[in-house]
Design a protein around this ligand. Structure first.
Ligand code: BGC
Length: 378
């Protein structure tokens, strides 16, 4: 009996120290996820950090296929929308977890002028250009290399966008470090160069649902955005060029507010977009200076996500085009507003709005962006 209990104690002790060990060890695995129509192999890179959080990234679209974070009880759950297999992404992907570009968001009629020359981009959103056109960065095969940084692991995603692709001038090389740190931070470091004057505005398009249960809506999440203005739009969601103060409107997120509180108000910008789908003009913009721009909280799970960025704007999109027709991971149907995006960016239609911060990139210059999503619990 004594011997048996000694054995049991030793066994339990070994088991618990093993569990701690796996939690404290970060790591990376690579496995085949599927094949592109041309036969190219798409791999899934699974990264785990020392805190037990995980991130999966695939070559197609440099998509973050899953991201697990702990809730207030230490339970890890996936907090982003997506698919279990490549076929889902190839068939119908409203940009779940993808890198979008070259120009994230809209350009009116897909037209702009640069140095006196007129360009026509691919149009894919009524008469307008959205997220890089019919085959933007989200549909490209990205080269992924595993990288290690002092406090985390990740992949370096690279892509060469040839001159003329989707109508954009210049051969553009883009490199993005996508890192999961041991402090539960998801970090994007972008760099790009061109051989001809061009425009560029890439972003990341994760749909978050901090409850970890994707049939919940995001209406009970509390959001704060550090912005005094939005860029109001016409009915095609192209900015008019004005700045509209958020003060006294449903667009005011300067103090934490439930997303569902004002979303159905009879207010023209909300009606035009079927909910929130606007660009907020972030306060304290200074080129290359990262500051906190937004905070998202879910009080039930206790998960908190803080967004840090050096960008002048953020698109808060409340998943208004999800309509119950997509069956995502685990067979869950994604309903109207079951995920939300917080896309750091330059303002939509910037190439046609001389008063907006410039999106022009010239040979010899290096485009840079740093955006990170920091997770914690409350
Ligand atoms: C845009 C929405 C668009 C969605 C596509 C968002 O970034 O702002 O208008 O429908 O992406 O999934």
């Amino acid at each position: 009996m004594r011997l048996l209990s000694l054995f049991l104690i030793t066994f339990l002790f070994t088991l618990s120290s093993c569990q701690n060990e796996t939690k404290e060890q970060s790591g990376m695995k690579k496995e085949l996820f599927g094949k592109m129509p041309d036969g190219k192999e798409v791999y899934l890179y699974s990264i785990s950090n020392k805190a037990g959080a995980t991130m999966n990234v695939i070559n197609y679209g440099a998509i973050i296929q899953s991201l697990t974070m702990p809730d207030k009880n230490g339970k890890f759950q996936d907090i982003v929308l997506g698919y279990d297999n490549l076929e889902g992404y190839l068939r119908n992907n409203p940009y779940f977890g993808a890198i979008v570009g070259r120009f994230g968001n809209r350009i009116g009629k897909g037209q702009f002028e640069l140095d006196g020359k007129a360009y026509q981009l691919s149009v894919n959103d009524g008469p307008n250009h959205l997220h890089g056109g019919i085959a933007g960065f989200d549909k490209k095969y990205w080269n992924l290399e595993e990288i290690t940084v002092p406090n985390g692991l990740g992949v370096q995603a690279t892509y060469l966008s040839p001159d003329g692709e989707m109508g954009y001038p210049g051969n553009l090389t883009i490199k993005i470090n996508i890192i999961l740190t041991d402090q539960n931070e998801l970090r994007f470091e972008y760099e790009a160069e061109t051989d001809q004057p061009t425009i560029l505005n890439p972003t990341h398009h994760a749909y978050f649902n901090l409850t970890g249960l994707m049939d919940n809506l995001i209406l009970d999440h509390k959001l704060t955005i550090d912005a005094d203005y939005i860029t109001p739009t016409d009915s095609g969601l192209i900015p008019t060029g004005e700045l509209l103060p958020v003060e006294g409107t449903p667009m005011d997120f300067r103090q934490p507010k439930l997303i569902g509180e004002d979303i159905n108000m009879d207010y023209v910008p909300l009606k035009l977009a079927k909910g929130y789908d606007h660009n907020w003009v972030l306060n304290n913009y200074e080129k290359d200076v990262v500051r906190k721009v937004a905070t998202l909280c879910d009080s039930v799970s206790g998960r908190v996500m803080e967004v840090y960025s050096d960008q002048p704007g953020i698109q808060f999109y409340s998943g208004n085009f999800l309509n119950g027709t997509i069956k995502g991971k685990g067979g869950v149907v994604y309903k109207f507003r079951s995920g939300l995006c917080l896309e750091t960016q330059h303002f939509p239609d910037s190439p046609n709005k001389p008063d907006f911060p410039s999106v022009v990139l010239r040979p010899g210059e290096v485009y840079k962006q740093v955006t990170s999503y920091k997770f914690s619990v409350k």
